[in-house]
Design a protein around this ligand. Structure first.
Ligand SMILES: Cc1cc2nc3c(=O)[nH]c(=O)nc-3n(C[C@H](O)[C@H](O)[C@H](O)COP(=O)(O)OP(=O)(O)OC[C@H]3O[C@@H](n4cnc5c(N)ncnc54)[C@H](O)[C@@H]3O)c2cc1C
Ligand SMILES: NC(=O)c1ccc[n+]([C@@H]2O[C@H](COP(=O)([O-])OP(=O)(O)OC[C@H]3O[C@@H](n4cnc5c(N)ncnc54)[C@H](OP(=O)(O)O)[C@@H]3O)[C@@H](O)[C@H]2O)c1
Length: 449
C-alpha cells in the first residue's frame, strides 16, 4: 500500500489527492493532505473574492474529495519554516510527498515610495477581506477617497470591484465583520485601475471585466486617448478571442459611458507605467505614471511624458510569486520548484519520492480548473513510479509520529468545528457564515487552544 502526503489543500493539492485515489492501476493509495492552516481549500477560501459566490461554492466539490475514505485532512502542520516539519523528515513518514504549496506572495514594483503608509500589495488587501489569519490588520480604506490599483489582471479587477461595492452587497458574503465595517465606512469614490500596456494586452478575462460595468453603485469610465494608442483597438479582429472580447467591452464603455447617477467611479486606464508612489505628510498622496506607447514587439516604451494620479490608497496587483521552501530545490528566476512532469529535480535528476503540482510547479497563473490537468500529470508520474516508491521504508503511523515530533494537527472533525463556529458567529450577527479572522479563534474553534 502506498502512503502519500500532499502538502497544501488548495485546488492543486485536492485535485492531486483525487487523482491518486480515483484510479485503479495502483489500488489502495492513501493520502494525507497537509496544510499549515487549520482550514482547507487554499486560495478558494482565502483568495477568490467573497462576492463570487458561485466560484466560492467550488469548496463543496473540494470538500467531497477531502471526505473520501482514503483521504485525510491534516491541518495546522507547516512543512519547512521555523518549527515546521522538514521535507527530509516528511519522507520518513510517507512513500511520496507532493508539494502543492501555491505561490501566494506579492510581486514588488521596484519604484520609490512603494512602502509608504497607504501603499499595499493587493495580496495584503485580499488576505484582509478574506480573513486570512496571517493578514495585516487593515487600515486600508479608512481615509482614502481615491484609490489606484496598479495592474490589469483578474486580481486587479477583484480589488477594484470590492472597493466599489457597497456594504449591502457584501453583507450577504462571508467577509469578516471588521472588514465589512471598514468597507461600509469607506469614503473611496474613485478607483483608478491602471495598465502599463493596452486593452488588447490586458490579462483580465472578459466575464470578470464585464462585472465592473454591472455594479449597482459604480460606473466605469475609460479614456479615449488611452484606447487610441492601442493599434489593435480599431480592428481587434485578429486578436485571440479573450483579448478581442475585452476590447469590445472597453469600446462599449467608451461609447456609452456609465450612468452619471452612480456615486462611485472606476476609471480603467492604459499605457501608463508606474514610476513613483508620491508622498505627502509621510503618506501616499498619489502615483506618478509615465505615458507609454507600443514598441511594436508586444511591449511598451516610455515617452518621457508623466501623469500624476491623486490617491490616498495604492494597491499593487502586479502578480504573485512562489517562495522557496527550505529543504526543497527552488528556481529563483521562475519562482517555482524545478521539475520534470511533476517529479522534483535535484541537481537536474528526479528526487525519489518528491513531486510538485499547481502554482508552485507552473508559476502563479491560471484559474482553479487549470490545476486539474496539472495535478493529473503529477499524479500520473507518481503512480508510474509506484513500484520503486513502495519499496521505501516509512513510519507505520505518520500522524502519531507528527504528534510525537510536537505538531498538533487539526483533522477533519476540527475543521468541521471551525465551520460550525463560523455559522454560529454569522447567526449572532444576523448574517450567513462569517469567517473567523485570527489564529487563536480558529484554533479555539478547532479544539486546539
Ligand atoms: C486573489 C485571487 C483570486 C482568485 N480568484 C479566482 C477565481 O475567482 N476563479 C478562479 O478560477 N481562480 C481564481 N484564482 C486562481 C486560483 O486561486 C489558483 O489557480 C489556485 O488557487 C492555485 O492553486 P494551488 O493549489 O496551486 O495554490 P493555493 O490555492 O495557494 O493553495 C496552496 C495551499 O498550500 C498551503 N501551504 C503553503 N505553504 C505551505 C507549507 N509550507 N506547509 C503546508 N502548507 C502550505 C496554503 O496554506 C494553501 O492552503 C485566484 C487567485 C488569486 C490570487
Ligand atoms: N475570477 C478569476 O477567474 C480570477 C480572479 C483572480 C485571479 N485569477 C487568476 O490568478 C492569476 C493571477 O492573477 P493576477 O491578476 O495576480 O496576475 P496577472 O494576470 O499576471 O496580471 C498581472 C498584471 O500586473 C501587471 N504588471 C506586472 N508587473 C508590473 C509592473 N512592474 N508595473 C505595472 N504593471 C505590472 C501586468 O501587466 P503586463 O501584462 O504588462 O505584464 C498585468 O496587467 C491569473 O491567472 C488570474 O486569471 C482569476
Amino acid at each position: 500500500m502506498l502512503r502519500v502526503a500532499v502538502v497544501g489543500s488548495g485546488p492543486s493539492g485536492v485535485y492531486t489527492a483525487q487523482s491518486l485515489v480515483e484510479q485503479t492501476a495502483v489500488p489502495g493509495v492513501r493520502v494525507h493532505v497537509l496544510d499549515r492552516l487549520p482550514c482547507p481549500y487554499g486560495l478558494v477560501r482565502y483568495g477568490v473574492a467573497p462576492d463570487h459566490e458561485k466560484i466560492k461554492s467550488l469548496q463543496g466539490s473540494l470538500r467531497a474529495v477531502l471526505e473520501h475514505e482514503r483521504i485525510g485532512f491534516v491541518g495546522n502542520v507547516e512543512v519547512g519554516g521555523a518549527g515546521g516539519v522538514t521535507p527530509a523528515r516528511l519522507l520518513e513518514l510517507y512513500h511520496a510527498v507532493v508539494y502543492c504549496v501555491g505561490a501566494a506572495r506579492d510581486r514588488r514594483l521596484g519604484v520609490p515610495g512603494e512602502d509608504l503608509p497607504g501603499s499595499f500589495s493587493a495580496t495584503d488587501f485580499v488576505s484582509w477581506y478574506s480573513a486570512h489569519p496571517d493578514a495585516v490588520p487593515g487600515g486600508f480604506v479608512l481615509e482614502a477617497r481615491s484609490a489606484v490599483v496598479i495592474g490589469v489582471g483578474n486580481v486587479a479587477v477583484d480589488v477594484a470591484r470590492i472597493l466599489a461595492r457597497g456594504p449591502g452587497e457584501l453583507r450577504p458574503t462571508d467577509v469578516p465583520e471588521a472588514a465589512l465595517g471598514a468597507l461600509a465606512a469607506s469614503r473611496v469614490r474613485e478607483v483608478h485601475m491602471v495598465g502599463r500596456r493596452g486593452p488588447s494586452q490586458a490579462k483580465f478575462t472578459t466575464k470578470e471585466l464585464r462585472e465592473l460595468g454591472a455594479m449597482p453603485r459604480a460606473r466605469v469610465e475609460v479614456e479615449p486617448a488611452d484606447l487610441a494608442l492601442d493599434p489593435a483597438y480599431a480592428d481587434p479582429a485578429g486578436l485571440p478571442a479573450v483579448n478581442r472580447r475585452n476590447v469590445e467591452v472597453v469600446r462599449g464603455w467608451a461609447e456609452a459611458g456609465g450612468p452619471e447617477s452612480r456615486e462611485r467611479v472606476i476609471r480603467v486606464r492604459f499605457f501608463l507605467r508606474p514610476v513613483e508612489v508620491l508622498e505627502r505628510a509621510g503618506r501616499v498622496a498619489g502615483v506618478r505614471f509615465e505615458r507609454t506607447v507600443p514598441d511594436g514587439a508586444g511591449g511598451v516604451r516610455g515617452t518621457g511624458a508623466y501623469e500624476d494620479v491623486e490617491a490616498q490608497l495604492v494597491l499593487r496587483a502586479v502578480g504573485y510569486r512562489g517562495m522557496p521552501l527550505e529543504g526543497l530545490p527552488f528556481d529563483a528566476a521562475r519562482g517555482t520548484v524545478p521539475h520534470a512532469a511533476g517529479r522534483v529535480l535535484r541537481d537536474g535528476a528526479p528526487s525519489a519520492g518528491e513531486y510538485v503540482a499547481g502554482w508552485i510547479k507552473r508559476g502563479p497563473t491560471g484559474v482553479i480548473g487549470t490545476n486539474r490537468p496539472c495535478a493529473k500529470e503529477t499524479a500520473g508520474s507518481l503512480l508510474a513510479d509506484a513500484p520503486a516508491l513502495a519499496r521505501r521504508r516509512v513510519a507505520d503511523d505518520p500522524l502519531a509520529t507528527l504528534r510525537a515530533w510536537g505538531h498538533r494537527p487539526v483533522e477533519w472533525p476540527g475543521w468541521l468545528s471551525i465551520e460550525q463556529a463560523e455559522a454560529a458567529l454569522g447567526r449572532t450577527l444576523g448574517r450567513g457564515p462569517v469567517k473567523i479572522p485570527d489564529w487563536s479563534g480558529l484554533l479555539a474553534a478547532a479544539g486546539r487552544d
